[in-house]
Design a protein around this ligand. Structure first.
Ligand code: SAM
Length: 796
């Protein structure tokens, strides 16, 4: 028996390097150490051939390392199989089944990681397959023996699959438990923003190692929790790279590029866009270094050491800062990276362009991570949401648990932004159209909106990005919620909670005034809410001395601590106070209201089924909905969307809900977008025009607004005689072959003036606010003898 050192001293230089690193690991120490028969040249040759085949013509360093590891494992196998055997050059020992079984049991007995054992088995199996295909001429081992050996190894590999899967599950579980939350990452940056300037000023007055390390911890923690860069990126960041960062004077930011890091071969330089403040931190660190003793000043690295090398203890410094910030767990750069990459995937979707561009910035391989990332609660929740959304109807797609008063308050902020910040006259805000919103243009200085309705025509204003987001959120959620029950709407941007155009803007302003300026003497406070809206009861100054913004935050926290469910008991005063909610009464009242709403809807949903349930049977002791509560929540069932009476009315009056025409410009021109969520199967509108025969349709002058069905033609080239005052929607619907969300369906309806066929568009799946409505015109570039061969959009 020979020691491990002899195994290292193999003929190949590369192998010996790998062996050396392997020898350091406990698994190898646990493996029975055997002598590889170096004197058997046929073995050396065949191993060398195998190595070449595995490495291919131009192997990367990583591949070379992997191949060396493979060879190492095969050498171990050969050493085991050949030990004490005669005439080794005949290679008969390779087919010794009992020896092979002994080797497999030996692997099992060693305290190796499961995955490592599996590597041994797979590599040897691969080698034997290679051997079977290209046996050396001196080989006397029979093909049957090799086949049996391969079979034995494959059976072993299969038997490891299950324990390995269980092991992988445990690893994932551990990862789940260690994943930092998004709140932690944000909190880290918030606290770092406060701590870094203080540390910098302290270091300016007097240098102290502890402060310097903490500073490194805070700065790297800040950047890593945002960009998820590897430790190596911070270790290798040099003064030169900082001073050479690309500066954008207009925006005041800097693009910093770090050349040396683990994956620069695949991703190039690691990049970070820094604000001037963040960039200033790095410059200050460099200045601190230059003021210090010569040793540190020699270091070219930003996160310097007392000698010229980079600071190797950055992870320790990060952990020090983390501890000081009182955040959960013990972070490493890898754990922050995992969290950042997980949130990017959860937020933007697995295959989204946003996720991939974030991954490119953080030099991160999404394909590998998808294999190894743990599914966390948030992801599971998101998955559930997908299932729920797949079965969602408009009636269930509500802003759950957001009281009407809060929705109204949100609108008030939007109105106030336009009236007060942008100084728009009242009529302009009242007349602001959905169409104007959809036509807004985005430039470097913000989003510009041009008002077009007669009373407001000529008004133009520019919103900041934040204001744009505020209004977009209002449009997509609050307005969409308000208008969802309407059968048609007038296209005004600001509507009350019943979806009607808003006229009394001052009520909105008064509402805000009442919230924010309760003590202004003589401020005329209009106590009456606009007719169809709920007054904002929970936020009045008398009932709630704390500012309304913090109430919102408190409510979020309150809900987290005391989640509302059908069965949960309202929190007691002691519990509220214990959890830090001193002014708990309004929160408690709100909690009960939310539960009451949930319970009423539950009773209603039960009553729709076969067995109506009495509230008392649910075992609810208090906060039980009364008959009035339940009745209030009841909505009369709507006619099915395709009910002919309803269709005839909508077509005759050209009243369609949730549609707006948007000008996309260019070749595409106008199109129609949804301003309200729509459900699969919803009737969207008809293709409105003059019904003529196919033959007549062909005789008329060419038009892009003519619809040919198999039996008739609808001509929408000009406004129709029945609605000369409106631009009907159907004619503006654009085409998509690959992503249509509407399909055209023929209905035969009897109108007051007689029966006739109509073409109606139905939603093919649930449609979101802002989505363009598209249907497949049924033509491709090759249709009509290739007439449209130059029209790229036909195939899109
Ligand atoms: C029925 S009209 C649709 C409304 C039209 N976009 C407009 O502004 O009046 C059909 C014409 O719209 C244009 N169009 C339709 N779908 C398109 C698409 N996906 N991309 C570009 N142009 C499209 C083509 O010019 C087509 O002839």
């Amino acid at each position: 028996m020979v020691g491990g050192a002899q195994l290292e001293g193999s003929s190949s230089h590369q192998t010996s390097q790998v062996d050396a690193s392997f020898m350091a690991t406990s698994q190898v120490i646990a493996l029975r150490q055997l002598a590889f028969p170096d004197h058997v040249t046929v073995l050396i040759d065949i191993l060398e051939e195998f190595r070449k085949l595995q490495a291919g013509p131009r192997p990367s360093q990583k591949l070379l390392n992997n191949v060396n590891s493979k060879i190492y494992r095969i050498r171990h196998f050969v050493a085991w199989m050949s030990e004490g055997m005669p005439r080794l050059s005949k290679l008969k020992f390779l087919g010794q089944l009992d020896r092979l079984q002994g080797w497999v049991s030996h692997l099992r007995e060693c305290s190796m990681a499961l995955s490592t054992t599996l590597h041994y088995l797979k590599n040897v199996c691969q080698f034997l397959v290679f051997f079977q295909e290209t046996p050396p001429t001196s080989s006397c081992v029979s093909n049957t023996a090799i086949v049996k050996a391969i079979r034995e190894l494959r059976a072993s590999i299969r038997s490891w699959a299950r324990p390995l899967a269980i092991h992988a599950m445990h690893v994932k579980e551990k990862k789940e438990a260690a994943l930092h939350s998004m709140e932690e990452l944000c909190e880290c940056r918030r606290l770092a923003l406060l701590a870094i300037p203080k540390l910098l000023s302290k270091l300016e007055v007097q240098h102290c190692n502890m402060d310097q390390w903490k500073l490194f911890g805070y700065v790297t923690g800040f950047l890593a929790s945002l960009y998820g860069h590897r430790l190596g990126v911070f270790l290798n960041m040099t003064d030169g790279q900082v001073t050479k960062a690309v500066h954008c004077p207009e925006k005041g930011d800097y693009l910093l590029k770090v050349e040396e890091h683990k994956t620069n071969q695949s991703f190039g330089m690691a990049k970070m866009l820094l604000s001037s403040q963040e960039y200033g931190w790095l410059l200050s660190i460099i200045q601190i270094k230059n003021r210090l003793a010569a040793g540190s000043a020699k270091s070219k690295y930003v996160f310097f050491n007392t000698n010229a090398s980079p600071s190797t203890l950055l992870t320790r410094y990060l952990q020090m800062a983390w501890l000081e910030m009182n955040l959960r767990g013990v972070p490493t750069f890898t754990s922050l990276r995992t969290a950042v990459a997980t949130f990017a995937r959860d937020r933007h979707g697995e295959d989204s362009e946003e996720r991939h561009s974030m991954a490119r910035l953080m030099c991160h391989d999404t394909a590998t991570s998808d294999k190894f990332y743990a599914m966390d609660l948030k992801q599971a929740r998101k998955g559930r949401l997908l299932f729920e959304q797949a079965q969602e109807t408009t009636s269930t797609r509500t802003l759950h648990q957001v009281p009407g008063s809060d929705l109204t308050a949100y609108r008030s902020y939007c109105v106030a932004a336009l009236l007060i910040r942008h100084k728009l006259p009242k009529e302009a805000v009242v007349e602001f159209q959905v169409h104007d919103w959809l036509q807004r243009t985005t430039g470097t200085d913000g989003t510009t909106i041009r008002l077009t309705s007669s009373k407001a025509a000529g008004h133009t204003f520019t919103l900041s990005q934040q204001e744009d987001e505020l209004l977009e959120c209002y449009f997509c959620h609050v307005r969409a919620e308000a208008t969802k029950r309407l059968t048609s709407e007038q296209g005004r941007f600001f509507v009350d909670c019943g979806g009607n155009p808003l006229t009394n803007l001052y009520a909105d302003l008064q509402r805000l005034r009442k919230k924010y300026l309760p003590q202004v003497p003589g401020a005329a406070v209009d106590e009456t809410p606009s007719s169809s809206e709920t007054p904002s009861t929970s936020t009045g100054p008398a009932s709630l001395p704390t500012p309304p913004v913090s109430l919102g935050k408190q409510w979020d926290r309150f809900l987290k601590v005391f989640p509302v469910s059908l069965r949960s008991a309202p929190p007691r005063k002691r519990q509220c106070v214990g959890a830090g909610f001193t002014a708990h009464r309004p929160l408690y009242r709100k909690w009960r209201n939310v539960q009451l709403l949930e319970r009423s809807s539950y009773i209603l949903s039960q009553a729709m089924g076969r067995q109506a349930t009495q509230p008392t049977k649910e075992g609810w002791v208090n906060n039980t909905p009364s008959v009035q509560d339940v009745v209030r929540g009841w909505v009369a069932p709507r006619d099915p969307p395709t009910c002919s009476r309803r269709l005839i009315r909508s077509i005759s009056e050209q009243r369609w809900r949730g549609l707006a025409v948007r000008d996309f410009g260019g070749e595409k021109g106008k199109g129609v977008v949804a301003t309200c969520p729509m459900d699969k199967g919803d009737v969207v509108c008809d293709y409105h025009g003059t019904l003529i025969s196919q033959a007549e349709g062909r005789l008329r002058e060419d038009s892009i607004y003519r619809f040919f069905s198999q039996e008739f033609c609808i001509d929408a080239s000009s406004r129709c005689d029945c609605h000369p005052e409106v631009d009907t929607y159907g004619r503006f619907l654009n085409h998509s072959r690959k992503r249509p969300n509407l399909k055209a369906k023929r209905f035969d309806l009897t109108f007051p003036d007689g029966p006739r066929p109509v073409l109606v568009f139905l939603a093919m799946h649930n449609i979101k606010v802002g989505e363009e409505l598209l249907w497949d015109y049924g033509v491709t570039k090759t249709s009509f003898g290739g007439e449209g061969k130059d029209l790229a959009w036909l195939d899109m």
